[in-house]
Design a protein. Structure first.
Length: 313
């Protein structure tokens, strides 16, 4: 038999080439890679399940230990209530409550003392007041206007005014005037008899009489008319409106007849008085419409005083 015929028969070929092609076919390699991948995924799932079970077990152990600690702490707090974290806060609240009650009792006692002096007190109130004990000698509260309240009630054009008029403020009947001079130069006359007070300062938004010198304050001084009492020649007491000047605590001061005046204090002005503000060279002379006639001055003053007394009455 020839080799050619032998190869055509049904027997296998023993050549290395044929064996290699059968054992390392592409289809067989893909199946093997897929099988290895599935095995790897299965191992990873198994490891993940084991790890998850271990974590759950550890979490349960921690929860059990935390519950035991909380139960123990709760039991200790029941045994020692003074060691609780909120015990000190409760004590502080109780102390504040006691202090408030003491202040309220003190205030009620002061109110009762004040009512005792009233003539229209009821008899049953008088009996209850006699039974009450006198209050301890403590400093009484001050109900005067504070600075903040004064600011709210004394605002003009959005600016807080440092000054508030006194209750005796009046508009004068005498026509007073200010004659300003600057180095012997005569300036326009200022008529200051239409209001009860005139604010002088560098703040033009609120100042009635502006002063533009840089040494003057924004609210420097106030020209105020006040109703004051005086004694007549026959010994009787009368009332009249007189001009006053008050410095509002300015930095460089206000000068009356070349003498610096104290801040926050009223100074009565008289005819022909000279005012200066700060380092300004301007001088303001105070006069009225009848200042040139000495005899008429006294007569006009008496008539104005009588008119003012009639208007006030």
């Amino acid at each position: 038999r020839s080799p050619r015929r032998r190869s055509r028969s049904g027997r296998r070929s023993r050549s290395p080439r044929g064996r290699r092609s059968r054992s390392h076919s592409p289809h067989h390699g893909a199946v093997r890679v897929k099988q290895e991948r599935e095995d790897h995924c299965g191992r990873m799932k198994e490891e993940r399940k084991q790890r998850h079970a271990a974590e759950q077990e550890q979490r349960r152990d921690r929860d059990r230990s935390g519950d035991r600690d909380r139960h123990k702490e709760h039991a200790d707090r029941r045994k020692n209530p003074g060691d609780r974290p909120g015990a000190r806060g409760h004590e502080r609240d109780a102390q504040n409550l006691r202090e408030q009650q003491a202040e309220r009792e003190l205030h009620n006692e002061r109110r009762r003392e004040h009512r005792q002096g009233e003539p229209n007190a009821e008899p049953w109130q008088a009996e209850s007041k006699q039974k009450e004990k006198p209050a301890a000698n403590k400093e009484k509260p001050s109900f005067e206007l504070s600075g903040a309240l004064l600011e709210d009630s004394n605002t003009f054009r959005g600016v807080v005014i440092k000054y508030s008029e006194p209750p005796e403020a009046r508009i004068p009947k005498t026509r007073w005037r200010l004659y300003p001079f600057k180095n012997d130069e005569f300036l326009p006359v200022m008529y200051i008899h239409r209001q009860s007070a005139y604010l002088l300062g560098r703040h033009r938004r609120i100042a009635d009489i502006p002063i533009d010198h840089p040494s003057c304050s924004k609210q420097h001084a106030v020209f105020q008319y006040r109703l004051v009492e005086y004694t007549r020649a026959d010994g009787t007491v009368g009332r009249r409106v007189r001009p006053y000047i008050i410095d509002l605590g300015s930095g460089n001061g206000t000068f009356l007849n070349n003498q610096r005046i104290e801040p926050q204090r009223y100074y009565e002005l008289k005819e022909k008085d000279v005012l200066k503000f700060g380092f300004s060279s301007r001088e303001y002379v105070l006069l009225h419409e009848s200042s040139d006639k000495s005899e008429a001055n006294t007569k006009d003053d008496d008539e104005d005083e009588e008119k003012e007394e009639e208007s006030d009455s």
